[in-house]
Each structure stands twice: as structure tokens, then as C-alpha cells.
Design a protein around this ligand. Structure first.
Ligand code: PMP
Length: 357
């Protein structure tokens, strides 16, 4: 070991899904939206005055924050915007999880939580989901330094009821509870409805999935003005100018087109339900996904084998070599054509395999 190595912050980083760029690939591995963003987004970029780039952006991303406040019927002081919800969540970990007691999150969940806890030296404990991969609220009725879970959860896609989320809040009035709603627009009930009763609740959402803007990096948090104030103090102690000018403009353009937003979600949800039925016909089991992906397992074909066979055919899905879920595939809902190509391949693969070919 070199002498200076002892002083380095060492951490095991999060591993994002692959971003290969092949001509005819079908990319169903990172829960991106298969449809383009609202037409107004392209318009906002064409008409963007590059001359303005000599100036710093508004550090508060005011235009976007005001538009979000209007859309979600909250005060401007209740909204915080960041560079994707990953940035918002990282800031929230740093701001709100500052206790000696462990932060609680599910054993099967977004794997970035563990990485942030580790890099910020936050103690944490993973709370096992039940055998159907569902959260049990009573498991969160214990001493802790804060709570975070996605709803719907990832990578399972399972959505918990608003009543369950409220149970967790009721049992935890003296810590901050973060509900990560990256997938909420595809199903489930948003905890935003609970904000007026719980000033310790922070709801985090993103433009990456339902608004087709993963490449632009826009996320936000909504909570009590007090919580947002603390979050801003930490953000401004770190990096004042987070969202770029084009990102602020594109986000505002995406937000005004409510009908495009609804139409895109409707298409994805319709495809999801159809494809889920087709997977069942092929013998796969899946839960009740309320997100833009399915989490499936086959009774006799190992998930890892399917993952590799699919990749060989330029179809990318996500496989996690982790306890309890190492026989599952997480498959993002793409266009109908993409999903049909996936099903065609699987039908053929399974029948050949069953025939011993
Ligand atoms: N939360 C969950 C549960 C996710 O799956 C993702 C996507 N990787 C994120 C947050 C972060 O998304 P983004 O930074 O693109 O907003």
C-alpha cells in the first residue's frame, strides 16, 4: 500500500446498467422510456439561445421549480430540483441521514442506497421484504436514523398502498422518511397526498422515466418548506449550479404537455399488461408490477442463462447476481415491436431448449 492510500476514501461504487450503442440492439435494461420526450422539449432545445451559455444558470432552477410547484399544487418553497433523482437522493442522504442509528431500507431495493450510505459513512440496516417481495410496515416500527424505500419498489415493480406508507410515517414521526417515486407515474398512489399531514416526509420523483428525459438529468424532491430549506443548505455547500440552462428549459417544456405525458404512460402500461400475459403463457412468474418494467422468473430455466442468451441476440435486459433475486430478470417495457421481438426470441429459445435441441 502506498503511504497516501490510507487517507483515501474507498468505496464500492454503484454499477449502472450497460449503455451499449449497437445498431440493431433492443435495450430493455435501464428502465428508459421507449418514446421520445414531449415535442415541446425538442422545440425548447432548437430555440435555445446558445449565447446565454456564457452565463451561469439560475442556481435555484426557479422556472422549473415554479412549474413543478404549480403542477403538484404545492408552494415553491416545497420543491427542490437536482441533476436526476440520483443527485437529489444523494443530497437527501447527506442532509437527512445524520444519526448514529441505522437508516432502514428494504433488502431488495435500489442498490444505490447502500452505496450512498457507505460513501457518506451512514450506518444502515436492510429490512427483508416478505416472501412475495412486499414491504411489511411493522418491520419499520423500531429505532432508526431515517427510512427510505422506492414506491413502486425497484427492481420488483411492486407498489405499496398509501395506507402502508402512512403506517410507516405514523410509526416514525421523529425521523425523515423518504419515498423514492421514480416509477410512480406508471401505477400506485403517490405519497404527495400525505405531505400536508407529515412534515418529515420527502417525496422524490424524476423526469427520467415517465417524461422520457433520462439523458437530460432532471429530478426533484417535494416536502415541507423546512425540509427543502435544509436540503438547499447542503446543496449550496456543495455545488450551487446544478441544473444546466438547457435542462431547465427542457424540463419546463416537458411539464406543460400533460396530454403527451398521459398518452405515453397509457401506451407503456397497456404494453406492460399485454406482455405480462404473454410471459405467463411462456411459464414465467411475475408479480404485479406497477412500473415500466417486469420482474420475471422461470420455473426451470435459470435467469442468468436467459440473460446471456438474450444478450447474445442483442437484447439487453437486467440481471442482478444478488441473494434472493439471482433467478430473476428485470425487463424494461419497450415499444410493442421491441417486446414482440423479445417474446419471439423467448418462445423459440424455450421450445428448442425443452425439445433438447
Ligand atoms: N430511484 C430508483 C428506484 C431508480 O430505479 C432510479 C433509476 N436508476 C433512480 C432513482 C434514479 O433515476 P434518475 O437519476 O435518472 O432520476
Amino acid at each position: 500500500m502506498k503511504p497516501w492510500e490510507a487517507n483515501i476514501r474507498k468505496t464500492v461504487p454503484y454499477v449502472p446498467g450497460e449503455q451499449p450503442d449497437k445498431p440493431r440492439m433492443i435495450k430493455l435494461n435501464t428502465n428508459e422510456n421507449p418514446y421520445p420526450p414531449a415535442p415541446g422539449v425538442a422545440e425548447s432545445l432548437y430555440t435555445f439561445d446558445a449565447g446565454n451559455l456564457r452565463k451561469y444558470p439560475d442556481p435555484a432552477a426557479g422556472g422549473l421549480v415554479r412549474a413543478l410547484a404549480k403542477r403538484y399544487r404545492v408552494k415553491t418553497e416545497q420543491v427542490f430540483a437536482g441533476v436526476g433523482s440520483d443527485d437529489v437522493l444523494a443530497m437527501a442522504f447527506l442532509t437527512f441521514f445524520n444519526s448514529e442509528k441505522p437508516v432502514l431500507f428494504p433488502d431488495i431495493t435500489y442498490s444505490f442506497y447502500e452505496v450512498w450510505a457507505d460513501v457518506f459513512r451512514i450506518p444502515f440496516e436492510k429490512v427483508p421484504l416478505d416472501e412475495r417481495f412486499r414491504i411489511r410496515s411493522r418491520d419499520y416500527a423500531r429505532e432508526n436514523g431515517g427510512i427510505i424505500f422506492p414506491n413502486p419498489n425497484a427492481p420488483t415493480g411492486e407498489a405499496e398502498s398509501l395506507a402502508l406508507v402512512e403506517d410507516i410515517l405514523k410509526q416514525n414521526r421523529d425521523v425523515i422518511v423518504i419515498v423514492d417515486e421514480a416509477y410512480i407515474d406508471f401505477g400506485g398512489q403517490s405519497a404527495l397526498a400525505l405531505l400536508q399531514d407529515y412534515d418529515n416526509l420527502l417525496v422524490v420523483q424524476t423526469f427520467s422515466k415517465s417524461r422520457s428525459l433520462a439523458g437530460m438529468r432532471i429530478g426533484y424532491a417535494i416536502g415541507s418548506a423546512e425540509l427543502i430549506g435544509y436540503l438547499n443548505d447542503v446543496k449550496y455547500s456543495f455545488n450551487s449550479y446544478t441544473l444546466s440552462q438547457p435542462a431547465i428549459a427542457a424540463g419546463m417544456a416537458a411539464l406543460v404537455d400533460e396530454s403527451y405525458f398521459k398518452e405515453t404512460i397509457h401506451k407503456i402500461v397497456t404494453t406492460r399488461e399485454r406482455v405480462k400475459g404473454e410471459f405467463q403463457k411462456l411459464g414465467f412468474a411475475s408479480g404485479t408490477s406497477q412500473s415500466n418494467f417486469l420482474f420475471v422468473t422461470h420455473p426451470h430455466i435459470p435467469a442468468k442463462e436467459l440473460f446471456e442468451a438474450l444478450k447474445e441476440h442483442n437484447i439487453y435486459v437486467r440481471y442482478f447476481d444478488k441473494p434472493r433475486i439471482d433467478n430473476y430478470l428485470r425487463i424494461t417495457i419497450g415499444t410493442d415491436e421491441e417486446m414482440d421481438a423479445l417474446l419471439y426470441f423467448l418462445r423459440d429459445y424455450i421450445s428448442r431448449r425443452d425439445a433438447g435441441m
